[in-house]
Structures are given as structure tokens and as C-alpha cells.
Write a protein that binds this ligand. Sequence first.
Ligand SMILES: Nc1nc2c(ncn2[C@@H]2O[C@@H]3COP(=O)(O)O[C@H]4[C@@H](O)[C@H](n5cnc6c(=O)[nH]c(N)nc65)O[C@@H]4COP(=O)(O)O[C@H]3[C@H]2O)c(=O)[nH]1
Length: 867
Amino acid sequence: MFSPQVFSRPISGERFTRRIVVPMAGILIVAIVVVLGFLFVSADRQNKLEVEASTKLAQTALTVKTREVARNLKDYAVWEDAYNNLHLKVDTDWAATDGNIGANIFEGLGYEMAFAINPSGKTVYAVIEGAPQDMDAFSEIPSGLKELLAKSRNQTEPVTGMLKSGDNVLIVAATAILPPSVDRTSVAGDSLSTLVFAKRLNQSFLGRMGEEYLLSNLRFDTVEPAGAAASVHLTSSDGRPLGAITWTPATPGYKLLPLLAPPLAIAVIILGAFSVLVVRNIQRSTQALEASAKTVEAYAQTLQESEARFKDVAEASSDWIWECDPRLQMMFLSTRFSEVTGIAAANVLGKALSQFFQSDSGNDGWTRLLQETAERHAFRDLRCLYKDASGATRVCRLAGRPSYNASGVFVGFRGTATDITEEVEAQARASHLALHDALTGLPNRVLFRERLNAALTSNDGNLSRVSVICLDLDHFKEVNDTLGHGAGDVLLRQLSQRLLGCVRSTDTVARLGGDEFAIIQVGINQPLESEQLCRRLIDVVRAPFEIEEQELHVGVSLGIAVCEGSDNDPERLLKNADIALYRAKQAGRATYRIFEAQMDLELQERKSLEHDLRQAMLKNQLELHYQPLIDISTKKVAAVEALIRWRHPTRGIVSPIDFIPLAEETNLIVAIGEWVLETACRQALEWPDLRVAVNLSPIQFRNRELVEVVKDVLRRTGLQPERLELEITESVLINDVSSALATLTALKELGVKIAMDDFGTGYSSLGYLNSFPFDKIKIDKSFIGGMSDKDKSGAIVKSVISLGQSLNMVTTAEGVETAEQATFLKAEGCDQLQGYFFSRPVAAEELTRFICDWNDRGYEMTADVAA
Ligand SMILES: Nc1nc2c(ncn2[C@@H]2O[C@@H]3COP(=O)(O)O[C@H]4[C@@H](O)[C@H](n5cnc6c(=O)[nH]c(N)nc65)O[C@@H]4COP(=O)(O)O[C@H]3[C@H]2O)c(=O)[nH]1
């Protein structure tokens, strides 16, 4: 892995100064210092050489001067006249006055002293600064002169030395006075007089000597001054120090410096400028390097992150990476391979791609894999199978692309494999859920449609037929309402199994929703076969269901639609089966109907009626008629029953028998019922002595709002509750007994009367009469119409009347059409009579007239009847 740490850290300004500028400046300064040092050392060396040279020069000058004194001395001492006038005799006039050895010595030669000393050491002649003096040479030069003279007697040449005279130092030369003609070596020295010249090392002498020998500031000091740059120490011939002559030596080295300084300064400036340029270049290069290092570092970082990301993704996903060689043999498998498949990579490496992956039937992935790899094409989303370590077949999705080496040579394929077994299973589950009902596992409406389409399409042109059977459980809603939805679900599941048990494997049983089922029956030859199936279905559904340890009885209504001829429209077929089902339900349930074209017309009619009924509500086309109930004991009108009429704009008066069921099916009955209730109560206010009876539909009765509605109507109209009589039929008591009892009790608590209508037509359970708080039993008109003293209906009527009496309930006979019936009922103790014999249901105004007439003539009528 590439590591960004291999790059140095970026050089900051401070680091750059520290690492580049400072060393460069240091080198520059050191170079300058070295050069300057060298210059100064050279200059100093030069100066020292100059000092050495000037010292030699000074010494030479002294030697030369000394030799000059000696030479001058010899000129005067080796002289015939001097011998004659200073040795043989001493003629001071000759010497001084004649100017032989007198003032000329001092003025001409500059010697301050000249002495002539005879062999016995006596100073016979003395000249001091050009003037003859009577002076002893040894007192003037007390130290060293004797030794010098002694030395000179043994020498043929003048002897010289440095001697002190007071504070002065003298160059003293001595030699024997002798005529030139005499060989000096032939004469004993101590027999000769000695001529002495002394030259004082005074400042004028030294000045001249300095000028002569280019020794500046040449001077003599008895003690060498501190810091003297150059000096020559003077010592006497016996070695005693006399002082030193000093001078200021030239400093050629230092003189060189000013000459060298400007070019050196220029060189330094150039070097400095060059260094600055170099530093800047280095800085730029460094910055460029840094930038490039940063870029590389960023790339490295990106690469590292990318690698890490890739690794994370590769490790985190269920994918594994594979590579194979040009022969499609596995060369590489990522670590995820073993984790996902449970197979060690070593067991697969070297095997051909086609040995590991297998074809997934029903999917063209395998074919494409073979094709794409053969043609060296990239591929993706190829679905193949493989077996994992446990031998289980799993599904995977392959993607790959051909890979080439740097030279462009094909080196195989590399790609990914994604295990999609769970995904495929989930898809299968999802598609199953999308096509099946979750509760029963049966095909749902979507799959039903698909199957129906397929059945109709494949059946096209066949002699056999396809039929659709729609099923609807009778009173399933009651099961849900009374036992709860859990029980309803159990019922539906059990029902599904029963239905499946009745059909062939080629048929389809589907749940379309709620308690709505449908069957596609294929391969039938005639409609009779569908009818046989329906009968079987009715039988199996009729058998009790055991739910929550209860036996439950339900029925089923079925509608059959058989595909006829070339009409293979699935929608129409299903709709027709539905229409047939509707007719089966209308026919009293637990039965089946085969669709006929007429049914469709009737359905259309029903729909049109439904539309009109809704309009009727809005357009006040509904009205109430009233039928009187005669009290036998008082012979008066005791009550009136409100009966609804629909004054249809084109159909005329529509009977409630024709539209109440429709109103119930469409739930319009709730609104209609409330209108009836309010209208009847309001109308009853005009008949103060009468009760008003109002029919309640079972749908209305099950409405939770009923009690509140009745209460509100009484409140709004102001009718006394005991004047309102609510007529219910036995059907409201079926199934949810406790709920019905609660509603009846609540209604009774309002103070209204409850009548059981149409008694005898339903279950006629006597238990109901005992359990429910009825005030009245209304004997259905079918019994009244068919009764006579001897027949069965008469017996029933008698027993119902006596039952009412024993339960202390009022009995009312409906449909009394004849005097005989009235007489019979009176004789049997019936309390009230209602029927055409007395009055048909009439409009309110007409009934008002009837009541007036009845009260005037009614008695005679009943008397007639009695007679
Ligand atoms: N053949 C014959 N029939 C007689 C005789 N006396 C009375 N009738 C008829 O018998 C029916 C009595 O009403 P129902 O049994 O409650 O039967 C009613 C009732 O169940 C329902 N109905 C009528 N009005 C309403 C209403 O406002 N609400 C509800 N829910 N149902 C109503 O419609 C049914 C039929 O009502 P209608 O056609 O008015 O028919 C009425 C009435 O006209 C007779 O002597 N001979």
C-alpha cells in the first residue's frame, strides 16, 4: 500500500529559513570572514615581513654608518700629518686651527667628538662638536672606551662599538694613528697613538639615516617604548643594553586592503545577490516540490482512502471478487468468497468458471455468460446458480469485464459475484404476496384476472368452455360483527380449504376481497357441470364450521357465468357472474343462479331505480300513507300505521315492496327511515287520541344511532313517546341477540311501544316473545287471508292470540279483508284489526276523514260484522 508518510513534511517558511537561508547566509558570512581573515592575515604577514626587512635595513644602516665612521676615521688616522702632529708631537694648532681634525670633523662629517689618545692613554687632543676642548676622552666616554682602544691596538683596521656617553649612545671608532707608508702589522699597537671618532645617535642623525634608508620616525630611546612596531636593540661591546632605535615600519599589507576592499565588497554583493537568487530558486523549487509532494500526498491519500473504501465495500457487501485467466479458469477469489459460500477458495481456484457456476433455468444468464466470455465482452446482471458448502443451490448475479495487461494482451476476466438468493426469495415472496391473498393464500383478484385471461385465451376455439363462479357468504357480516374479525378470518380460511376441496387442480379458487370468492372452472362441456359444482359448494359450506369451539352455520350464494361462443371478455364474464350472484342472493341465499341476459337488464333497471331513489329524497317524491288499526273492544280507531309511498314522476306510485329492499341494500333506508319517523310523528300530532306505528328496517335497527334518532325525533316533534309504536320484524333478532335486546330496552326506556311485525313468517321463535320487551304482536296477513275455523292458519292465529294474551301483549291481525275474518278474530280475542276491510292505507287527509266517518258509523259496521 502506498503510504503518504514517505513524503517529507512540507517545509514551512520558518523551516525553510532555518534549513536553507540560515546555512546559506552562514556559508556566505564564513566565506567573507575567511576571505577577510585571509586578507588581514596576509596583510599582517606582509607587514611583518616589512618589519623584518626594515629591521635588517636598520641594522644594515647602523652597520653602514658604523663602517662609515670607521672609514672616515681611517682616512684621518692613516695619515702622515696626523702621525706627525698628533703622535710624534701634539700640534693642536695643526689639528684644530688648520682645520685638519677640528671643526671639519663636526661640520663636515657630523662627528660630535674626536679624540687623540697617546699610547699611555692620555687624551692629547679633543674636539667636541667642532671645538677643541681640553677634555679627557675617558671621562666623556667613561664606559667601554678603554676596551675599545685595547682592541684597536691589536687590529689593523679601525675598531667600532656602541658606547654610552651620559644619556647619549655613540658610534665610536678607534684606530692607531700611522703614516700610510708603515705597515701596521709591523708596528706594535701599544706604541701608537689612537684616534677616536664618536658619532652621537641623536635625532638628526637618525632622521637622516631614516630618510636615507626609508625608515620613518626613526628614533633612539634608552628604553624601548611599549608597542613599538619595529626596533633594533643596541648593546655595548661588553653586552650591556644601551637602548633601542625604533621606527614606524611601512604597512604594505594594510595598504593593500583599501585596494582590495571595493572589489571584495562587489564580490560579496555579487555573491550575496547570487546567494539570494539561489535561495529564491531553492525556495521556488522547494515550494514546487512541496506542492508536488502535497499533490502526490493528496493522491496517495485519495488512493489510500479509495483502497480502504474499496476494501470496506468489498468486505461489507455480500459480493465477492473473482478473476480468471484467458481459459476462464479461476485465478483469484476475494476473502468474501469463502465467507459467503462457505467454500475454501483453494477448492475453486484453478477450476473453470463453468464448473462452479451453473445455469439458472428460466433465465438466460448462463447463455449470455458463455456468449459474452467467448466474445470477450463485458457483462453484468447475469443470473447463475452455484452450490454452497452445504450443497444448497444459491442464486448469484455475475458481472465481469475482460482485462488486459499493460501491453494490451487479454489476460482473462475479472468481476464480481453477488449472492442474490435472499433477494430472489424475497422477490418470489413479494410476487406471491402481490398475487395472493395474505389471509387464505388463495390467488387474489390480480392473479384471478391473469388466470382468467389465460384460460379464455387458451380456450379460444376449443370446444370446452370456461365458467366463472362468484361466491358470497351469506350473513358473513353478522359473523364478523358478533364473533369478531378473528373468527371471521378463521371462517374464511376454513372456507377456502373447503372450496379448494371441491374443484379440480386446473381450476382456480380466488379470494377477491372480504367474503367474496370466485372460481374459474375450465374444461367444462355444459353449464350443468358448473351447476353441479355449485351444488357441491353449497353442501360443503352448509356443513357447520367449528370456530372458537362454536359451531357456526353459514350459507353461500353463487352466481355462474359461462363463457359463450367467441365472447371471451374476462371483465364481462366476471360481471355476469356477479349479476347472477346478486340474483342468487335475492332469491333467498344459499342458492345459485346462472347468468341470463335478462338479469343484466334487471340490474340496469335496479341501478336506474337506485339513482331515482336518491333523487326522490332530494325532490320530495316520498310520502306517507296511513292505515287505521281498529280496537275491537272500543270499536274505535286505536292507531294508524305509517306506510311509505314513492310518487315516481314516470312510474307513478311505487310500492315499498319494490324499493325498500333497494333502499336497504344501498343503506338509503337509514335516511329514509328517519324521514318517515319524523313525518309520522309530526302527523300524529293531528290525531291526538291515536298511536302512530312506524316500520323499522333491520338495517335501521342495527344502526347504532337509532335510539338517539328516535329520541331526537320525539324531542323535535314533541310527540309523547307512548304514542309512537315501532314495528320490527323477527329478522332483527337473529344473530346478535344481546345487541338487539340492548337496543329494544333502550327504545323502551324512551317510553315508545314495540311491536313484532309479520309474526309467523320468520323463525317465529316463541323464545323471542319471552325474552324481548314487546308490547304487541302483529299476526302476518298471510295467516289471516288463509284462515278459517278448520284450517291450519286459523289454528296458528288462535294460538298466537292466546300466546299474546298469556304474555299480556296486544295482538293485532293484519290483512283483515272480510267481515268473517274480523268476526273470527274478535271471537278469538284479538285486540286490534287492520286491513282493507276497514281501510286501505290512505293519505293523511283522507284518513282524517275516515276517522271522523268511522267514529260516526264504525259501531254499526262492527255490529254488522258481529252479526
Ligand atoms: N293484501 C292486503 N294487504 C293489506 C291489507 N291491509 C294492509 N295491507 C298491506 O300490508 C302491508 C302492511 O305492512 P307491513 O306488513 O309492515 O309491510 C310493509 C313494510 O314491511 C314495508 N314498509 C312500508 N312502509 C314502510 C316504511 O315506512 N318503512 C319500512 N321500513 N318498511 C315499510 O313495506 C311493506 C308493504 O307495505 P305496503 O305495500 O304498504 O303494504 C302494507 C299494507 O298496504 C289487506 O287487507 N290485504
